[in-house]
Ligand binder design. Sequence first.
Ligand code: SF4
Length: 364
Amino acid sequence: MQGLYVHIPFCRSKCIYCDFYSVPRSDDMEKVARGLVDEFTARRDEIEGPFDTIYLGGGTPSAMPPELLSYICRHLPFNEVAEATIEVNPDDVTADSVKLWRSLGFNRVSMGVQTLDTNILRRIGRRHTPQKALDAIRLLHDGGIVNISADLIYGLPGQSIGRWQNDLDTLMTSPITHLSAYSLTYHEGTMLYRQMLAGKITPADDDTTTRYFEILRASAATHEFEHYEISNLARPGFRSRHNSAYWNPSSRWLGIGPSAHSFDGNTRRIDLPSIPLWLKSLPQPFEIDDETGLDRINDNIVTALRTADGLDLASIPEPWRSSVLAEARRFITAGHMHLRDNRLIIDQSHWIISDSYIRDLIQI
Ligand code: SF4
């Protein structure tokens, strides 16, 4: 799998929990659009052969003016890929914008819904209402986008178990094909983190978080979504190809735009997370991440064990493979982990505490 990720670093406003690199829309948008095309042109050959997926993320790609979005897309290899995703905000979804995204070559839309509670949306800095998000799903579907992904968050301040169940039932009976459901994270540097430090918000405790996750698992079964990664669920045949590539050690991807990551099979590159510095360093605006071979093995363990397909032991070289398997034996014996077709798989009933297993399998 070979993916192309394009980071659009602009948002209309900042959500209080978000630690992605994004800034308010500004006159820089045109310079960044031109820079993205320059960077892609200069670095395209870092990945040999055609791309399988394109993913425009951010930030909010749908907040880019249509002429700049069209300019960027005209220079991307849509003819090579099977899956082309654009991240959008419900506010930006209209019949015309859906038509534009389709005409540019996108066949998948990923939209941040986060919750269907009006008060919580306001509290976390989202601009849309629950109704706007549901209308947006309908507009996307009626506009011919078959593959629609929605993001939800659990553990939000003011959320309840009943509200969470209602959000899941509502979305899973809508025309979405994919759902990403994340536990709220208190990232240092965010407004949410500052509010926690100031005692204005108390994070959900472990028992409550477990309850939210169990409801997510049960809802997946009820509504026939495949829970294929801890935070990702899909109707049959609609796994995200692009995201799945990040969990597979044989994948390669090129990431362009401020803060984007790339991996060409040998070297990981990270684009500078600052528009002025990134523009100044074009067309090679990245730093090399000096990770070791062991770092890469551990990355593989961490990401693969979060998936339903698990960790392919053949992807771990010796002597680490034997060491991982030896550590895993007690979890296998206890029934918390399975060894199937040379893959180590955490039982889904234990996914919520997967970090504790992963910690024990990390190699030092
Ligand atoms: S719209 Fe998305 S990228 Fe922008 S601040 Fe909110 S969560 Fe972050």
